[in-house]
Structure formats: structure tokens, C-alpha cells
Design a protein around this ligand. Structure first.
Ligand code: AQP
Length: 333
């Protein structure tokens, strides 16, 4: 039984990439492993977000976890800011990580670039949040972190700081491994297939939200950017739009086979798009039905999150206590 941790930031409506790359993959771990899944709300503050939207999206993300099949009886489900040890451990780890390591992070460079010439408005937390993510993971002595491919670099940083801290101060942290899906680990934007589907890109046209209606899903897939060659083949470099649709199809169909094999079934982009749309609609239908049911029971969700936070606090405070002692902070009398 491995100790498993993962999370999603409530920075917008969850999309198909979050579902295929992360959420859906978490569910089976509950049967075999010791699992914790967190709504990492502090991470969402790295970009400007309306306070009311943050609160609403935090609850919506919890509803999505439950609708995807996470079960509070088998997994610890909680909100990051309900466990203050994450923030304190971050400080100890910021004193372990280096500025150069953080400045090299692709997500930092990407999101900071969106600030254009207004770099003074780019939040300092955008630079340091990978350390918060390391604290999230290390606080639970996590062994396995199921994530999408875009998080590979952040997990590597968590491994680096854990190893460095242990070498300097003694064996406090477990060095975690990333667990990345073999297929659909990086779903791309339908309008800009050279960039990943993302919550915080303002235009919804390239993103399939988990709450989209069947009509919206069909429209977005129909309008997905492809190329002029009109030949269905799996070639992510030369045909990124078509490769993305094939990745989505392979992940959405249970017995779909590999994207390259699926490509051979299609003689036209239109036929491929129609099947992709049908497969995504069918995939999301049961999720959306469960989401509606949980939404009607929001009071219960608050109670479940409170219980999850109590369990998480006990574990995280234990690790934090060991880290405090290891670095030499004087314990209060
Ligand atoms: N496009 C994607 N394809 C596959 N997996 C993805 N994930 C995110 N986008 C894709 C996976 O979803 C989990 C949660 O990610 P996050 O919310 O913590 O941050 P993120 O990776 O930065 O996700 P977004 O949607 O792009 O949000 P914003 O725009 O707010 O940054 C992770 O496991 C991630 O790999």
C-alpha cells in the first residue's frame, strides 16, 4: 500500500484535461492504496481571483471530486487552507530550495509571461508556489503523486528539496515519485493545440469544461483547430490538433486502443470529430448526473471536508513537528 497524495487548484472550472490527466485516475487508488486528495486553494491565489469566485470554485472542486467517485470513507478529502501546517512547512522548504530552481520552472515562465510588460504585478507567489506544492506532498510522507504531464517538473522539485533537506538535517521526508498517465497525460487546447488545456486561459473555446452541456461539447469539438492535410494520422509534431483529438478519444473510450491504432479507422476529420464528441459526452454524462446530486447536498459536503481536514491536520502537524525540530527551532515550553 503506497501513500498517495494529489490535488487540483480551484482556479476555474475543471476541464477535460484535469479529468483525464488527474481526477479520473485517482479513483482506483482508493481501493489499493492509502490516499489523500486535496483542493489546493492557496495555489489559486497566485493569480488574481475574485474572493467570491474562489470560495465558490473551492466548493465546486470538492463536488467534482465526489462526483468523479472519490469516497470520503476510503480517501481523505480536504481543503488545503484548512490545514495550516502546509503554509508553515512551505517556509522551511523555501529555506531549502534555491531561487534558480524556482525561476527555471516552465509554469512560472509561462504564467509570468502573461503579465507582459507589467512584471511588477506578477505575484511573488507565482515563483514560490512549487515549494508550497512540495510541502503539500511531503507533509504526508507521500510515496506516489498521480498527476498530468505538466506537473513533472514540480514533482522533480519536491524530490530535490526532500533529498536536500534529509541530507542536511536528517531523515524527515519521504522522496515521492510522480505517477503520470500513459495516455492523455497532456490534453491540449482545442483552439491552440500547441498549448495545454488550462483553467486560467480566459477563452473557453479551446477548453471542454466538465460542466459543459452536450451541445457545447459538440460545438467545441467541431470547431477544434486541425490542419489542411485532411489525412487522419497520429503525429503530435506535424498534426498536433488531430493527435490531441485522437488522445482524447483513446482516453474517453474504455477499450479504445492506442491513438495511432484509432487513427486508422478514420477517413475524414469530420468523422473523427463526431466520434470524439460522442465519446466525451458519454464519458461526462454519469459524472454530471452525480455532480447534480452532490450539489443538492452541499451541507453534507462541508461536513465531509471538515472531517477530512481534521484527519489531514493530525498527519501534517506530525511531519511539521519533526521538520521544525530537525532544523533547530526551539520548541515552546
Ligand atoms: N491539459 C491537461 N492535460 C492533462 N492533465 C492536466 N492537468 C491540468 N491540465 C491538464 C492535471 O490536472 C491536475 C490539476 O492541475 P492544477 O489545477 O493543480 O494546475 P494546472 O496543472 O496548472 O491546471 P490548469 O487546469 O492548467 O490550471 P491553471 O490554468 O489554473 O494553472 C494536475 O495533476 C495536472 O497535471
Amino acid at each position: 500500500m503506497a501513500r498517495v497524495f494529489s490535488g487540483i487548484q480551484p482556479s476555474g472550472t475543471l476541464h477535460l484535461g484535469n479529468y483525464l490527466g488527474a481526477l479520473r485516475r485517482w479513483v482506483p487508488y482508493q481501493d489499493s492504496d492509502d490516499t489523500r486528495f486535496c483542493i489546493v486553494d492557496l495555489h489559486a491565489l497566485t493569480l488574481d481571483i475574485e474572493p467570491a469566485a474562489l470560495r465558490a470554485q473551492t466548493l465546486d472542486t470538492a463536488l467534482a471530486y465526489l462526483a468523479a467517485g472519490l469516497d470520503p470513507a476510503r480517501a481523505v478529502l480536504f481543503v488545503q487552507s484548512h490545514v495550516p501546517a502546509h503554509a508553515e512547512l512551505t517556509w522551511l522548504l523555501e529555506c531549502t530550495a534555491s531561487y534558480g530552481e524556482l525561476a527555471r520552472m516552465t509554469q512560472f515562465k509561462d504564467k509570468a509571461a502573461r503579465g507582459g510588460s507589467h512584471q511588477e504585478l506578477v505575484r511573488a507567489s507565482l515563483l514560490t508556489y512549487p515549494v508550497l506544492m512540495a510541502a503539500d506532498i511531503l507533509a504526508y510522507r507521500t510515496e506516489k503523486v498521480p498527476v498530468g504531464d505538466d506537473q513533472r517538473q514540480h514533482i522533480e522539485l519536491a524530490r530535490t528539496v526532500a533529498t536536500r533537506f534529509n541530507a542536511r538535517y536528517g531523515d524527515v521526508f519521504v522522496v515521492p515519485d510522480a505517477d503520470i498517465a500513459p495516455v492523455a497525460a497532456r490534453i491540449m487546447d482545442l483552439q491552440q493545440p500547441d498549448r495545454k488545456m488550462s483553467k486560467s486561459i480566459p477563452s473557453p473555446a479551446g477548453r471542454i469544461d466538465l460542466t459543459d452541456t452536450p451541445d457545447e461539447i459538440r460545438r467545441k469539438v467541431r470547431r477544434a483547430v486541425t490542419d489542411t492535410a485532411a489525412e487522419v494520422a497520429y503525429d503530435p509534431d506535424r498534426k498536433p490538433g488531430i493527435a490531441n483529438l485522437l488522445d482524447i478519444l483513446a482516453a474517453a473510450l474504455d477499450d479504445g486502443g492506442s491513438p495511432a491504432v484509432l487513427a486508422e479507422r478514420y477517413a475524414s476529420y469530420g468523422a473523427l470529430k463526431a466520434d470524439v464528441a460522442d465519446a466525451v459526452v458519454a464519458l461526462l454524462e454519469p459524472f454530471q448526473a452525480r455532480l447534480a446530486a452532490w450539489r443538492a447536498d452541499a451541507g453534507e459536503v462541508h461536513k465531509l471536508l471538515a472531517a477530512g481536514a481534521a484527519a489531514a491536520r493530525a498527519e501534517a502537524e506530525h511531519t511539521l513537528g519533526r521538520a521544525r525540530e530537525a532544523v533547530g527551532l526551539l520548541a515552546p515550553a
